[in-house]
Design a protein around this ligand. Structure first.
Ligand SMILES: [Zn+2]
Length: 281
């Protein structure tokens, strides 16, 4: 990636809003203060907490007995019109107050329910400004949309290019996806898609471990943690040096973080060498 064109030369200046900076230390405990609060989850609450507050409207209906579905078009329109932070999304991905290719050449993939109720997956959508993505999302009401990489040209123009090989991804945040189903072997309260306040502690611990390693061992500063909308959390590492990493570097970081390989019942699962890494000690 050394020969890739630089994006804007504006570096990470705009990322301070989401990731903090050198002087302002991020206190993870503050992020989780409400998780420990008994008021939030009174003891009368059923053990199996239902996922709530999705960032993007999920396609599955709310299973609480009421007739309204979270993919109800009216509800989604209200969500996107009144609640979805399009301006922050733009400022986060654009790295500048005025529109740049960091945003305009970014791929969005939309999942849309058509009139017959079947799902359509639309890749290579892109938008020059925050107002235009807002307008399109409100008119098409996707049940979800995904954020892809920044490409060398506008993703909508990829087929008009004389040399189609020159259409290639240049940058993408380094993302980690932690799912509570990864803990099915060791959690005893719930399994599969179910989560409760007890097993969410595994998520809290995973976030603290991964966040500390990314900051202390790799020097990343601009890390955003978001609730995945169902049963986990995503980390978006937004430092410029993370965004420009190739797949090999991304795999190396994931490999560094791997201590226990989940899933397979046979074979070596624990990956430890002596002397232990200071984190493990
Ligand atoms: Zn549980």
């Amino acid at each position: 990636m050394a020969d890739s064109p630089t994006l804007n030369g504006d570096g990470d200046v705009a990322m301070a809003e989401i990731g903090g900076d050198d002087k302002k230390e991020v206190k993870l405990e503050d992020l989780f203060a409400d998780v420990d609060s008994d008021e939030e989850f009174p003891s009368s609450m059923p053990n199996r907490m239902k996922p709530s507050s999705p960032l993007v409207a999920p396609s599955s209906p709310i299973e609480n007995g009421t007739s309204i579905s979270s993919s109800d078009p009216q509800l989604m329109r209200m969500f996107y019109q009144r609640l979805f932070p399009f301006r922050y999304l733009f400022q986060w991905l654009n790295h500048s107050p005025t529109p740049t290719n960091d945003f305009a050449h970014r791929e969005f993939a939309l999942t849309i329910n058509d009139a017959t109720g079947s799902e359509i997956y639309l890749r290579y959508q892109s938008y020059p400004t925050s107002d235009l993505i807002r307008k399109d999302i409100i008119s098409r009401l996707p049940t979800r949309f995904e954020i892809g990489p920044v490409y060398s040209t506008n993703p909508r123009d990829r087929k008009q290019m004389r040399n189609q090989n020159s259409f290639k991804p240049l940058a993408k945040e380094l993302c980690f996806d932690i799912d509570l189903t990864d803990y099915d072997d060791i959690r005893t309260c719930c399994d599969k898609a179910n989560i409760c306040i007890k097993c969410w502690q595994f998520m809290t611990m995973a976030i603290k471990v991964v966040d500390t390693a990314l900051r202390d061992d790799f020097g990343f500063k601009h890390i955003m943690w978001v609730y995945s909308g169902r049963r986990g959390a995503h980390a978006w590492v937004c430092d410029k040096k993370a965004r420009l990493m190739d797949d090999q570097k991304r795999r190396a970081i994931a490999g560094y973080l791997e201590v226990i390989r989940g899933g397979s019942q046979s074979g070596k699962r624990v990956n430890l060498w002596r002397p232990l890494h200071p984190h493990l000690t």
